[in-house]
Ligand binder design. Structure first.
Ligand code: ATP
Length: 254
């Protein structure tokens, strides 16, 4: 692998998605640098979610290519890209409400290892995975809630739990879908701190609506508008771009 490839963990060229004549993602070329936090922003309907679904292989593109760590993954299945280390966070529906935080993370670890039932019957093995689950819950700030049922956690804490189950896969590239959506201010702060900690040793690509979150976290921002890349750069650069101000910031500060 040459340096240019190693420097870029994920790259798209000409990525396009059409829905019966309507182009939701239009010729998007994106480069996500290894170790960076990269945000995908844009006004409602800009194509962020569709783009995210294409990158995580939950949708097939109409045209274009997706290269992950130098390999063409355009036509792989979600499970195949997850196995390669490109893992998306789900919305909280991925968390089982009737189970405790610990049980949720244990299940994620269990899935990750693909261990047999006999393996899980051994107390020693269970203990080992419980230790790992507790460490993950500590990492996401849920150390005091390990025995709390997921349904009883606040929305922000549910999202943190959901991120802990994602981290069970130890992904080098983590894709976060609106990590602060619907959160209280306090929860937003907690998630921002968590994302800062998560970046150690990995790359994060996120779709995010909250501009102050994006400003404080992202090394690079791609602004989408009507399915196309409108601007790209650090927050300083994109927030000064007149086209962005009109299309996005203008709308937000109206
Ligand atoms: N399955 C689909 N069939 C038809 N049109 C779709 C489909 N999914 C998305 N679209 C359209 O594609 C456009 C982009 O939608 P998308 O959800 O990707 O935007 P977004 O930037 O994530 O918006 P938001 O911020 O509102 O979530 C929208 O006009 C949407 O109506």
């Amino acid at each position: 692998m040459n340096n240019a490839v190693a420097d870029t963990v994920l790259e798209t060229s000409g990525l396009t998605k059409r829905f019966s004549g309507f182009t939701a993602v239009d010729n998007v070329s994106l480069k996500v640098k290894t170790g960076s936090i990269h945000a995908l922003i844009g006004p409602n309907g800009a194509g962020k979610t569709t783009c995210f679904n294409l990158l995580t292989k939950f949708m097939q593109p109409s045209a274009g290519k997706i290269i992950y760590r130098g390999d063409d993954i355009t036509y792989l299945k979600p499970a195949d890209v997850a196995r390669r280390g490109l893992v998306r966070s789900f919305q909280i529906s991925a968390v089982f409400g009737h189970m405790t935080a610990l049980e949720n993370v244990r299940i994620a670890l269990q899935r990750e290892r693909g261990a047999s039932f006999d393996f899980w019957r051994s107390d020693r093995n269970l203990q080992r995975f419980d230790d790992r689950a507790c460490a993950l819950l500590e990492d996401v700030g849920l150390g005091a809630f390990i025995h709390t049922k997921a349904a009883e956690l606040s929305y922000g804490r549910k999202r943190a739990l959901e991120i802990a189950t994602t981290l069970a896969l130890d992904p080098p590239l983590l894709l976060l879908d609106e990590p602060t959506a619907g959160m209280t201010e306090q929860d937003v702060e907690r998630i921002v701190d968590l994302i800062k900690r998560l970046r150690q040793g990995r790359t994060i690509l996120m779709v995010e609506h909250n501009l102050s979150v994006v400003a404080g976290l992202s090394d690079r921002i791609t602004v989408l508008m009507r399915g196309r890349v409108l601007a790209e750069g650090d927050y300083e650069t994109v927030s000064r771009d007149p086209a962005v101000i009109t299309a996005y910031l203008g709308q937000d500060h109206a």
